[in-house]
Design a protein around this ligand. Structure first.
Ligand SMILES: [Cu+2]
Length: 183
């Protein structure tokens, strides 16, 4: 496994030497960095992607939509605490304050990928396009990390504390999508 990782890393280095790396991209003071997604188990058709969004000093913006060629549809989600139950909720936009780093991560804000055209496999690269109100479209290429990974590049292997089915579902039945086990 480790050897495979190194081969993937070596290929990525070679690729980035010949073209601008899309692992990090900047537009008008908004930088999207370290994008990654979780591998999806079995026949799951829903996945989640994460990244860091940084704004330069004096730059404010809003993330207003997301898309990926691997998914039929993508949404920005956040987690909220309702009593002591954590729930996912779609957000219309993410407000980005100036000079800050906003990290999308498991159990926090994240990008939900619906209607996956194929399972996300560890080691794959997936394109994600983020559309900002002012900065426009920023496209990055994220790595697919193992099922249940808590961070990119295997750097963070904390155990999942919230892996029980249905935690992410809203009880009002409005959500209508399968979120179980992805967060
Ligand atoms: Cu979600």
């Amino acid at each position: 496994m480790r050897a495979v990782r190194w081969v993937v890393a070596a290929v990525a280095v070679v690729a980035s030497a010949t073209m601008a790396s899309s692992h990090e991209a900047t537009s008008k003071g908004v930088t999207v960095a370290h994008p990654w997604a979780r591998a999806t188990p079995g026949g799951a058709t829903v996945g989640a992607a994460f990244m860091e969004i940084r704004t330069d000093k004096g730059v404010t913006d809003r993330l207003i939509s997301v898309a990926s060629p691997v998914a039929g549809r993508a949404e920005v989600h956040t987690h909220i605490m309702d009593g002591n139950v954590m729930k996912m909720r779609r957000v219309e936009a993410l407000d980005l304050k100036d000079g800050t780093s906003h990290v999308l991560k498991p159990m926090g804000d994240h990008i939900m990928l619906f209607d996956l055209k194929q399972p996300l496999k560890e080691g794959d690269l997936i394109k994600i396009a983020l559309t900002f109100e002012k900065a426009g479209v920023v496209e990055v290429e994220g790595t697919v990390e193992p099922v249940g990974a808590m961070g990119p590049h295997g750097m963070d292997h904390q155990p999942m504390l919230d892996d029980t089915p249905s935690k992410g579902d809203t009880p009002d039945g409005k959500s209508g999508h399968e979120h179980m086990g992805h967060h």
